[in-house]
Design a protein around this ligand. Sequence first.
Ligand code: GCU
Length: 438
Amino acid sequence: MKTSCLKIAAPLALLGCLLAGCHTTVQPRSVYRPPPFPEAAALPAQPSLPDPLVMFDGRRVKSRAQWFHERRPELKALFQHYMYGALPPRPAFVRASHEAVYPDFLGGKATLKLVSLQTGPPGAPQIDLMLVVPNGRRAPAPVFLAMNFCGNQALTADPRVPLARGWLYDFCPGCSNNAATGAARGSQAADWPLERIVERGYALAAFCSSDIDSDRANVSDGLYAWLANGDPARNNPTNRGTLVAWAWGFHRCVDYLVTDLDLDPRRVCALGHSRNAKTALLAAALDERIAIAFPHQAGCGGSAPSRGTVGESVQRINTAFPHWFNAEFKQFNDAPDRLPFDQNGLVALCAPRAVLFSAAQGDQWANPAGQFEVLRATEPVYRFLGVEGLTAKKIPPIGRLVGGRLGYYLREGKHSMTAGDWEVFMDFADRQWGQPRQ
Ligand code: GCU
């Protein structure tokens, strides 16, 4: 088993890691300090989606520098303050252990790497990352980093993949008493077409949300429990922000992926379905190392407008999932139009990087038409930065992928992620970069 220490932020930790002989990368500190933002009730109502190019104080963004140095940090602070809660701090280090490397995966088409990420001192979450890398490539592979609901073992029947260690949803096939059993192996393999992914030249890195924190309103057994350090006041279920905790998990996986020589560090994509899609978009918005975001059917709190009138509302999501967002967001239950941003601002944080919204006609809960409007209302930011965002002015016909850096795709059917959806994800990535060189 090979272990390497990947990241250092604080000077003390830097010293510790230097003494331990670790490879280190120091991230520049942001200089932006958010002002005290007003109470939700004091914010003006804005019936249409706010323009991301207008600063909180009403000034219009006039230059690229102003966008990147003033408005982008301000938007990041606004989303954390009024909606998602604060992104947990970067840990002093992430330690990667290669538990196993099997070059004979998928009949020799791919190498299976099982990597365990310890995201800080004992007590910090441990992420089991499953990597599937195409064999026989001459160039490092672009990689889809995807968070799953039911554990890595659901993606393949290969018994070498360890069962998920944490709490799992009742709906996960082959799980009993919220824990994975052997019967869970390969139970979702049809929706994760590993062979097609490697055939098309992509790698997959998968991890389970419960490695970061389980999805329960009344219990944190992961990141927040660790950060609270035994103080229940710091682990308040209605003021927690599980989505931003999961986004932090994406970032810890990226810490590792950009150091793996089999992978192209400039081509790391974040992907998820539904609540995991909200997370993938948030993770990309807050971390420029993520090159493309694939929020598949993310809906409310992700790709659909908070001001939307179709499907899930801010009030409904806050009631059903109080732990996903912070306490401030609940102040907007009856007045989402007071939010000083909408989800076009979250996509704008990704600009000029690529984002695909993929939706399903039968998934009105996630408001497919509203999602298109969110992209339309993000488009000016991409133009401002000199790239083509969404090319279409109207929702395209079913089954047609449209867009430049901002993509939209609507299919028939219901709320689900299928092997067919993966073909669209890869088509969109091919559009951005060309087919991966084999
Ligand atoms: C619920 C929830 C959605 C979420 C979905 C999912 O339907 O209301 O916001 O996207 O679960 O994660 O499957």
